[in-house]
Design a binder for this molecule. Structure first.
Ligand code: ZN
Length: 399
């Protein structure tokens, strides 16, 4: 599995007779699956990582640069796009694929998480959520029906149901009430969803870290019937062990023939851990946000390019990385760009980080296909524990 695979399978625009939305499992290794999601906008090899394109752009990346990272599917945020430029305007511009020049699959979140974390004066009731825009204070109303309509206007390949991301910590009664309200909303989203060939609707399992609530939530959603299932409400402060434990029991309660998506996770080690527990799809702002804050992710862990140890280092971030940043640029140059506040620093580091994440997913897929996932994961953990290259000591002696 090479990085060019992702770029070369970059899908064309949806044909008139787009095939149905479906998931196929090609290989399994323990609970991990290597599969493919077929959509109206192309195929996604899983396990897959979706870069986050919040405002119809993956920050610091052009669509052409994004393609070179091997990404096949991106995420966009309903909350941000409904406020600016507005879903109706995106629809008049031909939908999100044309608007942002990304012909491949796009998943949109429902907006619920951002409403509840970013908006001011947010009030939740059984019917939906009312909030004031963080941009101009204008009042907005999001119901399951409106969240589904907005994602339809955006032309999302995968629509997510409106839910409440249950906060942490929370008592059992409040977690149960929150989950049951989200399940009611999920059913209303299913009823509001306009089925089109190759487009899908995903339900979201909630229930905090309580196994009985997770099981009830999964059962309710499977009863309604979705094209894929997300595991929501994790990575909100519960810690890595509980996150992985809850992921494992939730994934096991979901149908094998549908993709499973762990929302908002995470670090490379978390992706590996979740894939080993049966997750197929991920999104996280970490590689892009890190790229704008002088952080690079490599097999040896995270590097801070502000650090003076890189100032005279002629080596790339990772000598074995095949990304354009590592092919052309030294740590010394990246350090200089960061110190000088040049926007190219964010572009080159984001490009490398996304390439590294896609290479990690390609590594996972290959390891599952070859039935050596546990050994491959051990090797990744060993490399991460070993850390970065030793500081540059000057030119090596000629033999
Ligand atoms: Zn690189």
């Amino acid at each position: 599995m090479t990085q060019s695979e992702g770029a070369s399978t970059m899908p064309a625009r949806a044909p008139m007779d787009a095939p149905g939305f479906r998931f196929e499992v090609l290989a399994e290794d323990g609970a991990a699956r290597r599969g493919r999601i077929h959509t109206a906008h192309g195929t996604v090899d899983t396990p897959a990582f979706m870069p986050v394109g919040t405002a119809a752009t993956v920050k610091a990346m052009s669509p052409a640069m994004l393609q070179t990272t091997g990404a096949q599917m991106v995420l966009a945020n309903t909350y941000h796009l409904m406020l600016r430029p507005g879903a109706e305007r995106v629809a008049r511009q031909g939908g999100l694929h044309r608007f942002m020049a990304w012909p491949g699959p796009i998943l949109t979140d429902s907006g619920g998480y951002q409403v509840m974390s970013l908006a001011a004066r947010c009030t939740l009731d059984e019917d939906g959520v009312t909030f004031a825009s963080h941009l101009d204070g204008r009042r907005h109303r999001l119901t399951p029906e409106r969240a589904t309509e907005i994602q339809d206007l955006l032309d999302a390949t995968v629509t997510m149901v409106l839910d409440e991301c249950t906060p942490w910590p929370i008592d059992e009664a409040a977690a149960a009430a929150s989950m049951r309200r989200s399940m009611g909303w999920a059913e209303r989203c299913r009823n509001a969803f306009r089925a089109r060939p190759g487009y899908g609707l995903f339900g979201i399992v909630q229930g905090s870290v309580l196994p009985e609530l997770r099981a009830e939530s999964a059962k309710r959603l499977v009863g309604i019937g979705f094209d894929g299932y997300a595991i929501g409400g994790l990575a909100v402060g519960e810690g890595r062990a509980l996150m992985l434990e809850t992921t494992a029991l939730t994934a096991a309660a979901l149908p094998a023939e549908r993709p499973r998506y762990l929302m908002g996770v995470g670090k490379p080690a978390d992706l590996i851990g979740a894939v080993m527990r049966g997750v197929d799809l991920f999104d996280c702002v970490l590689p892009t946000r890190s790229g704008r804050t002088a952080q690079a992710w490599t097999r040896g862990g995270a590097l801070n390019l502000r650090n003076a140890r890189h100032a005279e280092d002629p080596r790339p971030l990772d000598p074995d990385c095949a990304c354009p940043t590592c092919a052309l640029h030294s740590r010394a140059y990246l350090h200089h760009l960061v110190k000088a506040g040049e926007i190219l620093a964010a572009m080159l580091l984001t490009g490398h980080n996304l390439f590294y994440y896609q290479a990690l997913m390609a590594g996972l897929r290959a390891a599952i296909e070859q039935g050596r996932l546990a050994r491959w994961a051990d090797e990744q953990a060993r490399l991460a524990a070993a850390g970065d290259l030793a500081p540059w000591q000057g030119a090596p002696a000629t033999p």
